[in-house]
Design a protein around this ligand. Structure first.
Ligand SMILES: CC(C)(COP(=O)(O)OP(=O)(O)OC[C@H]1O[C@@H](n2cnc3c(N)ncnc32)[C@H](O)[C@@H]1OP(=O)(O)O)[C@@H](O)C(=O)NCCC(=O)NCCSC(=O)c1cc(O)c2ccccc2c1O
Length: 340
């Protein structure tokens, strides 16, 4: 038999490793993601397939955060802290009213909307983290101290429900938004984390609705998205009984993606950001629209349709139409395929 080359040997090793992997015990569906399997067995090299060899683990170091002190008009942020990671496409928006359990007043929402707008427009941002200052609360929802006859009113003479605008903004923002939840996420705080694309919860997190106890309710996303997430029966239970649920109960209900020890919350969230950021931004963008499209009706279709147009503009076929118009000639689309 002729001597094996180094390349043949490597191929053989790879195939043997692959066969050995298939002999590993199967994992339950609750830990179905490959990365989750990797972390649950604590050793990425245990799965020695091409996928894991090529993609490997993401770095675990903490980002260096740069403070964005004010909005685009130079107005200082007071109710939020807005930061961007240096040399990494991650933005972090922190609700900063810890002595009120990060309750939301109209000004808090206005600042959140401005920060989210900035993160959307900034091409160097690919993922946005939404969180609350401190470990006691993500947010306790609408600030009951400033609730008036027509909504919430802080520095104005009229009330607003501008949290609804924020919910729509997060839902339509073409970048993933991750809720990083420690402590209470109740009332409007619970709804905000549900509207985010993913939720990473600390083991001290508590979720629930208090609306009907304080004479309020969110009959918009706060009802429809919750029913989608936990199912219609559980959604009714949560709204009708206004009980609070632990992080692990929330995970079982499908309300959160994962639960981690409080001191690992940011590290784990950053890990999820980095894993997302290694993937195609356009794929992620279109998937976010697609995952929302059916539920969001015309607005959902518009988002997904807008993505299609955006991609089409980058093609030669799309440019031919524009060029022909600008050159005052008929467009020639004859060379473009009519795919089956
Ligand atoms: C969140 C709590 C369960 C935490 O309890 P804990 O014992 O840890 O802390 P305290 O209760 O002592 O709170 C410390 C301090 O913060 C003040 N505070 C906390 N939450 C709020 C709040 N939401 N508004 C105003 N102030 C708040 C509290 O008074 C204390 O102040 P001191 O001066 O006494 O130190 C518990 O705090 C709690 O149950 N909070 C209230 C939760 C709540 O009912 N939230 C409002 C629900 S309604 C809502 O959020 C809402 C959401 C929407 O999306 C809507 C959409 C459309 C229409 C309406 C909407 C809407 O109303």
């Amino acid at each position: 038999m002729s001597r094996m080359s180094e390349k043949d040997l490597n191929t053989m090793r790879r195939r043997m490793a692959s066969v050995a992997n298939h002999l590993l015990p199967a994992f339950s569906s609750s830990s179905s993601s490959a990365q989750h399997v990797v972390s649950s067995i604590g050793c990425s090299s245990s799965i020695n397939d091409t996928y894991h060899r090529v993609h490997g683990e993401v770095p675990t170091h903490a980002p260096h955060w740069r403070l964005i002190p004010c909005d685009e008009n130079g107005k200082d942020f007071t109710d939020i802290i807005y930061e961007k990671a240096v040399a990494e496409p991650i933005a972090k928006i922190t609700i900063n009213r810890p002595d009120r359990r990060n309750a939301l007043r109209p000004n808090t929402i206005k600042e959140l909307i401005r920060a989210f707008n900035d993160a959307r427009d900034d091409g160097s941002v690919g993922v946005i983290i939404l969180t609350g200052k401190g470990t006691k609360a993500f947010s306790s929802g609408g600030d009951q101290a400033v609730r008036s006859k027509h909504g919430y009113a802080d520095f104005e003479s009229f009330g607003r429900l501008n949290v609804l605008d924020l919910q729509v903004q997060i839902r339509r923002l073409p970048k993933p938004v991750i809720a990083m939840v420690a402590g209470y996420a109740v009332g409007g705080g619970h709804i905000l984390h549900m509207v985010c694309d993913l939720t990473i919860a600390a083991d001290n997190a508590i979720f629930g609705h208090s609306g009907p106890k304080v004479g309020s309710f969110d009959a918009g996303y706060g009802s429809s998205i919750m029913s989608r997430l936990v199912g219609p029966k559980k959604a009714r239970e949560m709204w009708f009984l206004t009980r609070f649920y632990t992080a692990s109960e929330a995970e079982k209900m499908g309300l959160v993606n994962t639960v981690v020890p409080l001191d690992k919350l940011e590290t784990e969230t950053i890990k999820w950001c980095r894993e997302i950021l290694r993937n195609s931004p356009t794929a992620i963008r279109v998937l976010k629209s697609a995952l929302n499209a059916v539920d969001d009706g015309h607005a959902g279709l518009q988002g997904l349709g807008g993505d299609a147009t955006l991609l089409f503009y980058g093609t030669e076929e799309g440019s031919e139409g524009k060029n022909a118009y600008n050159e005052r000639r008929r467009p020639d689309f004859s060379k473009f395929p009519r795919l089956p």
